[in-house]
Design a protein around this ligand. Structure first.
Ligand code: NAD
Length: 456
């Protein structure tokens, strides 16, 4: 569409003025973003309540507060991140110096999903700005109030030749993908991730794909059951399970299964009340389609905990299903809701083999007091990232780059990882002109012999 072509051209022209590369320009933009988020905190909270019934606590801790922390971290460290990094020079290059420059790609397209509609649009933007890029953001159409609030916040602070929010659905996303961008950062489903990569391939545009999948959560026989139950319930039922790194299913050791489930039920009541469907702060399912998709799993296996729904407000209470196998429908795809199926195991090898037969997960969690056990899992299973004796918490550390592997994604971000993701690493050799080592030239006497002394 012509207007997106114009937008991309406008941003490219602005990028070529060189303004966005200036360190003070980047810092000022990050500060402005931070201040306007703080100023609009109430409006953002209301938007998240309207779209997903997110409580103020969830809206702040998982979206607004998280983004403010990422901003603070970037503002504090950007001065050192932007410096060219001096690296070693081999003896064959004597006389020269070697540097790695971080340069912005240019114009970045950021496509975001609906589950953390503010955070997942703004966290990549922080990396794009910090690295000196311009950016077009396409937020999700399923959370229109938040997408609109984001659009207003950005357009008040920044000219659209620098940062623009384009609201719209699949067609908008596809129309944007028809334009040439210098970087595409996509967060969403595996299916759409493949479409994005295909579109990017046409222009050889580099991509980050933050996707999803089925993330296992293993509770071993020696785990601290009470703490495991609490940390798993929190990670799973926050945002009603609509979290890309929520535990998708449990692998429970047979010997602790009953004790764990009893503890889990008590924990759910502690965290969400005796009747979670009446809890005014329990997040709703985003749409009728997703509600119906999730409700269809409620007859899988046996309901061990929960199982009730409130269709008029798209609510499903925290639910645990037992008598589940890998062939049960609920195990065929990422669940993305407050339903937790349980697989049982006797031997850790069954767990490892079970996970190996499926795509590499975005996250993995293992609860055990035995370092040999967690080491065995870390050594044998590939996954994006995860926790030992916790769930989800790795996501919020700026020191741990976050991303998937294989089907769960390509690339990573957060903290300096976001700056690096949006920067091309340009390697430069600064050669001396004071002398010229002759070995590389073909006319040197005994050249081959000499070169073999250095290259062996
Ligand atoms: P989605 O893939 O349906 O949509 C994501 C974005 O892509 C939206 O902005 C949408 O408008 C756009 N889009 C949808 N279909 C498209 C198409 N055919 N062509 C071009 N663009 C298209 O994902 P969703 O339902 O919004 O989000 C849920 C998924 O996102 C889950 O799979 C979840 O695991 C994943 N996710 C991953 C992360 C992560 O950080 N790895 C975070 C949150 C969500």
């Amino acid at each position: 569409m012509k207007k997106y072509q114009e937008l991309a051209a406008k941003q490219t022209a602005f990028f070529h003025t060189g303004k966005t590369k200036d360190l003070s320009f980047r810092l000022e933009a990050l500060q402005k973003l931070r201040m306007s988020i703080k100023k609009n905190e109430k409006q953002l909270m209301e938007a998240l309540r309207a779209d997903l019934n997110k409580s103020e606590f969830d809206a702040y801790s998982a979206e607004i507060g998280f983004v403010l922390e990422e901003l603070r971290f970037a503002i504090k460290n950007l001065n050192s991140w932007v410096k060219p990094q001096r690296v070693k020079t081999p003896i064959t290059h004597i006389g020269s110096q070697s540097y790695i420059y971080s340069e912005p790609f240019g114009v970045a397209l950021i496509i975001a999903p609906w589950n953390y509609p503010f955070q997942l649009a703004v966290a990549p933007l922080i990396g794009a700005i910090a690295a000196g890029n311009c950016a077009v953001i396409k937020p999700s159409e399923l959370t229109p109030v938040t997408s609109k609030a984001l659009g207003e916040l950005i357009s008040k602070q920044f000219p659209d030749e620098f940062i623009a929010v384009v609201e719209g659905g699949v067609e908008t996303s596809q129309a944007l993908l028809n334009e040439k961008f210098d970087y595409i950062f996509f967060t969403g489903s595996v299916t759409v991730g493949k479409i994005i990569m295909e579109a990017a391939a046409k222009n050889l545009t580099p991509v980050t794909l933050e996707l999803g999948g089925k993330s296992p959560c293993i509770v071993h026989e020696d785990a601290n059951i009470k703490l495991a139950a609490k940390r798993i319930a929190w990670g799973k039922f926050t945002n009603a399970g609509q979290t890309c790194i929520a535990p998708d299913y449990l692998y429970l050791h047979q010997s602790i299964k009953d004790e764990f489930l009893q503890q889990f039920e008590e924990t759910i009541q502690e965290l969400y009340g005796a009747v979670p469907l009446s809890n005014p702060d329990f997040t709703h399912i985003v749409s009728e389609r997703h509600f119906n998709r999730l409700a269809s799993f409620l007859d899988n296996g046996q309901i061990a905990i929960g199982g009730r729904t409130k269709p008029e407000s798209f609510m499903i209470e925290p639910t645990v299903l037992t008598d589940i196998t890998w062939d049960t429908p609920v195990m065929q795809d990422e669940i993305f809701g407050p339903i937790l199926p349980v697989l049982e195991y006797e031997n850790l090898l069954e767990v490892i083999q079970g996970i190996h037969q499926h795509p590499k997960p975005l996250a993995l969690y293992i609860f055990t007091e035995n370092s040999g056990v967690h080491q065995q899992v870390l050594n044998s299973v590939s996954f994006g990232g995860g926790c030992i004796n916790d769930t989800v918490y790795h996501f919020v550390s700026p020191y741990l780059p976050f991303g998937g592997v294989g089907n769960s994604g390509v690339g990573s971000y957060h903290g300096k990882g976001s700056f690096d993701t949006f920067s091309h690493k340009k390697s430069v050799l600064k050669q001396t002109t004071r002398f010229d080592i002759p070995f590389r030239y073909p006319n040197v006497k005994n050249g081959l012999k000499k070169i073999k002394m250095f290259m062996k």
